[in-house]
Design a protein around this ligand. Structure first.
Ligand SMILES: Cc1ncc(COP(=O)(O)O)c(C=O)c1O
Length: 401
């Protein structure tokens, strides 16, 4: 069937964080283009499966059925030729709880975890709230795109080079975002291999957050780090979910692939103790999405690609002071406002109070994010147009004042 993504859905008063908490977060009258969910209708087969499940009338504690597990393993095989044993799968109500569980499972207080900044802000809390320190390996801009600083990553493990005074490295883990939120890179095999090799060489675990893995734009191809070698598979934990791809974030359903039995047992203990359960609706939606959602996914990706082009052309023609970072995956556009020469509070005031748009402001993603803002473009084109017009109007007013 054909989906109409131009049709706006009224989301006010539905308990939507994006819409119902926009005013208290950004101020009166802002257009919400922040937190990562889509303003689109979901795939019809998912709604139908949920309605069928709702009619069953018993909503007790739930576990994945065999057919749900098969839907996952078949999809991983179809998408990546990754043969995942069903025993490797753990389930958590969201990827963020899994990140916390991983940090708690494999570090001790005072240890360090590498983040490649600027990066999805809950990574920082997952490290710090569990007693660890962040070792920052900032992404590098090469004039055309962001790259990983592979040498910088290796240097972090060398106390003499990094200037740390406390002896041997205490880095136990690297948390990877692939595709990278917020800069939109889909990491190449070479980049992933370099991360995997560095981690192996220094006995660190890679936690690879691949929640955006099916949001591939303009021919980009996602590669799970764990598929690159048996050693990477054994030394990593991969976090995936249908939530970003199929717009199911509110159903809080994710699966964590942990091939190594020792790591899996440790994660399982943490998850059972603290992560909570997935609702019956989460499992049903996951299975329907993975089995019957591809027609919708093809259409939504095409629409998002159209939105990317729209942003690029609009910015080129109407606000050349702003730069659009090239985007390979996700529906999050990383906009560079640094040429305006504003401080962080000034840019915040400009976006919220003058342009009246609610964007995720870059500084929250850590060093390298200052002067940027992340715009969620998974919305009808008219909403996108409105958001961009508001920013362009505010820029024009700056020029005339
Ligand atoms: C990289 C990344 N990880 C995790 C999440 C959130 O995961 P969850 O809602 O499953 O906890 C997001 C949401 O935007 C994300 O971008």
């Amino acid at each position: 069937m054909n989906y109409d993504f131009d049709r706006g859905i009224e989301r006010h008063n539905t308990g939507s964080v994006k819409w119902d908490q926009a005013t208290e977060t950004f101020g009166e009258g802002v257009l919400p283009m922040w937190i990562a969910d889509m303003d689109f209708p979901i795939a019809r087969p998912i709604t139908e499966a949920l309605v069928r499940r709702a009619q069953h009338e018993c909503y007790g504690y739930s576990c994945p059925q065999l057919s749900t597990i098969e839907a996952i393993t078949e999809r991983l095989w179809k998408n990546y030729h990754w043969k995942v044993d069903p025993d490797w799968l753990l389930f958590t109500p969201g990827v963020v709880p899994a990140l916390h569980a991983a940090v708690r499972s494999f570090t001790s207080p005072g240890d360090e975890v590498v983040l490649q900044s600027p990066v999805y802000y809950p990574f920082w809390s997952a490290v710090r709230e569990n007693g660890c320190h962040v070792a920052i390996n900032q992404l590098q801009w090469n004039g055309a795109k962001y790259e990983m600083d592979i040498q910088g990553l290796d240097n972090l493990f060398q106390p003499a080079v990094s200037g740390m005074s406390h002896g041997p490295s205490r880095i136990r883990m690297i948390i990877l975002s692939n595709p990278h939120n917020p800069v939109g890179r889909v990491w190449t095999r070479d980049e992933l291999r370099a991360v995997g090799e560095t981690a192996l060489a220094h006995d660190a675990i890679v936690v690879s957050d691949e929640i955006h893995c099916e949001l591939m734009l303009n021919g980009a191809r996602h590669v799970p780090l764990a598929t690159l070698s048996p050693e990477f598979e054994q030394g990593s934990i991969t976090c995936m979910a249908p939530s970003k791809t199929f717009n199911l974030a509110g159903l809080a359903t994710s699966f964590i692939i942990v091939p190594n039995p020792r790591l899996r047992a440790a994660m399982q203990r943490r998850i059972s103790g603290s992560a909570g359960n997935i609702s019956p609706f989460g499992y049903v939606a996951l299975e329907a999405a993975f089995r019957d959602g591809d027609d919708w996914l093809t259409q939504v990706l095409h629409y998002i690609e159209g939105n990317v082009t729209y942003v690029q052309l609009f910015v080129r023609d109407h606000m050349p002071q702003v730069k659009v970072t090239p985007i390979e995956g996700t529906y999050l556009v990383w906009l560079d406002f640094r040429a305006l020469g504003m401080s962080t509070p000034q840019l915040s005031d400009f976006l919220r109070a003058q342009a009246k748009v609610g964007l995720d402001e870059g500084y929250v993603f850590g060093p390298g994010g200052e002067g940027f803002a992340r715009m969620n473009i998974a919305c009808p084109r008219t909403t996108l147009q409105e958001g961009l017009n508001r920013i362009a109007g505010a820029l024009a007013r700056l020029d005339t004042n």
